[in-house]
Write a new protein. Structure first.
Ligand code: HEC
Ligand code: HEC
Length: 413
C-alpha cells in the first residue's frame, strides 16, 4: 500500500532563467550514439517474461521524499544537470529537439508547452513537484525516458525539477493542481471486482480505443494523435511491460482517474466513482496478468543457434544497470548459450552482451523486457575475460557496472 501523495509546500519558483547555450558534452554524444544505433522503434513481435512482470517499477509505489524549496539557486544547479543529462533528448531549450529526439518513438516531451502526462492531478491540472520528481526517478516504461534514480542523486533530481518548471510559465500562472484521492486501495482483487470492471469497461466505451478485448485495436486506435501531432497508440493491456506508469492496481486506477493530459486518454475523475475506478483497474490488470500465467516464454531470437545444442545455458539478467550474475564460469570447449532478459529497457534502446577477446559476431544488442534474446558461442579460449553491455552507451559513464567476468577453465588434458 502506498502512502497518500503529499500536496506541495514549496513556493513556485520566481523569475525566469536564461536558457543555456548549446554545448554537447561527451556524455551527450555517447547518449546520442546509444539512441541512434537502432532498436529504438523495434517494438514489434516481442515476448515478455514472468520475471519482468514480477518486479515492476511503479509510479504510485515510489517512495517520494519531501521536496526542498524550489529556489533560483536550485534551478541554476538544475540547469547544469539538465544540460548534461536531459538535453540530448529534450533539447537545450526544452523543446524536444535534442540530437537523439529524431530517433525516439515516442518523442521526448517538449517542456515549453507545460503539458504533462504523468501526474497525480486530474485532467489538465499542473503536476506537483513530487509528480515531476517521481517521473524523473522511475522514468517512463517502454520509452526512451530513463529511470534517473539509478543515475542521479536525489538533490540533482530535485534541482532538475526546479529547472523544468522554468520552461513554462504555466507553473507560475496556475500553480500545482490538487492530487487525486482515490481512497484506500482494496485489500485484494476479487472475481466480483473484475466482473464489475468488465461491465464498466463496456459502459465507459474504453473499447473504442483500446479494443473489445483490450489489445489496443479499437476502431479509433489508428486515428489517435497527441497534443504535439504525433500518432499515439492506445495501450495494449496484455503487454504489462508497456504500461508507462507501471501496472500495479494503483498505477492503473490513477491513470483512469487523471487521464494522460495531452493524449487522447481521457480523465474519468468525474465519470466514475472511486469504487468503479478500482474495479475497472482490477479488470485491466486481470488482462495484463493473463499473459504471464504459466511462466516465461521462449526467447525471441537465438543468435548462433546453428552451432547446435548448447552444453550449458546461462540465465543472465540485468537490474539497475548491473548484470546478474556478474561472473560466469564455463569449461573450455563447451558450447555456451546466454539467455538474456533485462528488467528494464535501458535508454529505450535496450541492453546488450558481448565478450571482450571473443568472436565479435557473438554479441546481442537491443535486448529489451519484451525482447529477450539468446546467443550461443563456443568457449574455445581458456582464461578470464570481460563481458559487457554491447549497446554503445554501456562502456561510458552511464553504465559503469554493466560488465562482468567470464572464466573459461582450461580443458583437462
Ligand atoms: C534518451 C532520451 C531521454 C533522456 C536522456 C531524457 N528523457 Fe525525459 N523523456 C524521454 C521521452 C521519450 C519521454 C516521453 C515518454 C512518453 O511520451 O511516454 C520523456 C518524458 C519525460 C517526462 C514526462 C513528462 C510528462 O508528460 O509527464 C519528464 C518529466 C522527463 N522526461 C524529464 C527528463 C529529465 C529531467 C531528464 C534528465 C535528467 C530526461 N527526461 C532525460 C526521453 C528522454
Ligand atoms: C479516445 C481514446 C481512448 C479512450 C476512450 C480510452 N483510452 Fe486509455 N489510452 C488511450 C491512449 C492513446 C493511451 C496511451 C497514452 C500514452 O501512451 O501516454 C491510453 C492509455 C491507457 C492506459 C495506460 C497508462 C499507462 O501507464 O501506460 C490505461 C490503463 C488506460 N488507457 C485505460 C483506459 C480505460 C480503463 C478507459 C475507459 C474508462 C480508457 N483507457 C479509455 C486512449 C484512450
Amino acid at each position: 500500500m502506498s502512502p497518500p501523495r503529499r500536496t506541495p509546500r514549496a513556493p513556485v519558483l520566481g523569475g525566469r532563467l536564461i536558457l543555456p547555450s548549446v554545448s554537447l558534452s561527451l556524455l551527450l554524444l555517447t547518449l546520442a550514439l546509444a539512441a541512434c544505433t537502432g532498436g529504438v522503434s523495434e517494438r514489434s513481435a516481442g515476448t515478455t517474461s514472468a520475471k519482468a512482470a514480477a518486479a515492476p517499477l511503479s509510479w504510485t509505489h515510489f517512495d517520494t521524499p519531501e521536496p526542498p524549496a524550489m529556489t533560483p539557486a536550485l534551478a541554476t544547479r538544475g540547469k547544469q544537470v539538465f544540460s548534461e543529462n536531459c538535453a540530448s533528448c529534450h533539447g537545450e531549450t526544452g523543446q524536444a529537439d535534442g540530437t537523439c529526439a529524431a530517433f525516439l518513438s515516442p518523442q521526448p516531451r517538449d517542456f515549453t508547452t507545460g503539458v504533462y502526462r504523468f501526474k497525480s492531478t486530474p485532467g489538465s491540472e499542473m503536476p506537483t513537484d513530487e509528480d515531476l520528481f517521481t517521473t524523473i526517478s522511475i522514468g517512463v516504461h517502454s520509452t526512451g525516458m530513463p529511470p534517473w534514480q539509478f543515475l542521479l542523486d536525489e538533490e540533482d533530481r530535485w534541482a532538475v525539477v526546479a529547472y523544468l518548471k522554468t520552461f513554462s510559465d504555466k507553473f507560475e500562472r496556475f500553480g500545482s493542481g490538487t492530487p487525486a484521492d482515490l481512497g484506500a486501495e482494496p485489500g485484494s482483487i476479487t472475481d466480483e471486482m473484475i466482473a464489475n470492471g468488465r461491465e464498466i469497461f463496456q459502459k465507459a466505451q474504453c473499447a473504442k480505443c483500446h479494443g473489445e478485448t483490450g489489445y489496443g485495436d479499437g476502431p479509433s486506435a489508428l486515428t489517435l494523435v497527441d497534443a504535439f501531432g504525433n500518432a499515439i497508440p492506445p495501450r495494449n493491456y496484455h503487454k504489462a511491460a508497456d504500461f508507462k506508469r507501471g501496472h500495479t492496481l494503483r498505477d492503473i486506477a490513477l491513470t483512469i482517474h487523471t487521464g494522460n493530459n495531452g493524449t487522447p486518454m481521457p480523465a474519468f475523475d468525474d465519470a466514475l466513482t472511486e469504487e468503479e475506478t478500482w474495479d475497472l483497474a482490477a479488470y485491466i490488470m486481470s488482462l495484463a496478468e493473463s499473459r504471464f500465467a504459466g511462466g516465461g516464454e521462449p526467447a525471441a531470437a537465438v543468435l548462433g543457434a546453428h552451432l547446435g545444442d548448447p552444453d550449458v545455458v546461462v540465465k543472465l539478467t540485468e537490474r539497475h544497470w548491473n548484470f546478474i550474475p556478474n561472473e560466469i564460469r564455463v569449461q573450455q570447449g563447451q558450447l555456451v548459450r546466454i539467455d538474456f532478459q533485462p528488467t528494464d529497457n535501458g535508454l529505450g534502446v535496450g541492453h546488450g552482451f558481448a565478450v571482450d577477446g571473443y568472436d565479435k559476431s557473438s554479441f546481442m544488442n537491443g535486448v529489451m523486457v519484451q525482447r529477450p534474446k539468446s546467443v550461443t558461442f563456443r568457449a574455445d579460449k581458456a582464461g578470464t575475460f570481460t563481458f559487457y553491455c554491447a549497446t554503445q552507451c554501456s562502456t561510458g559513464p552511464l553504465h559503469p557496472k554493466m560488465n562482468g567476468t567470464l572464466i573459461v577453465e582450461p580443458a583437462a588434458s
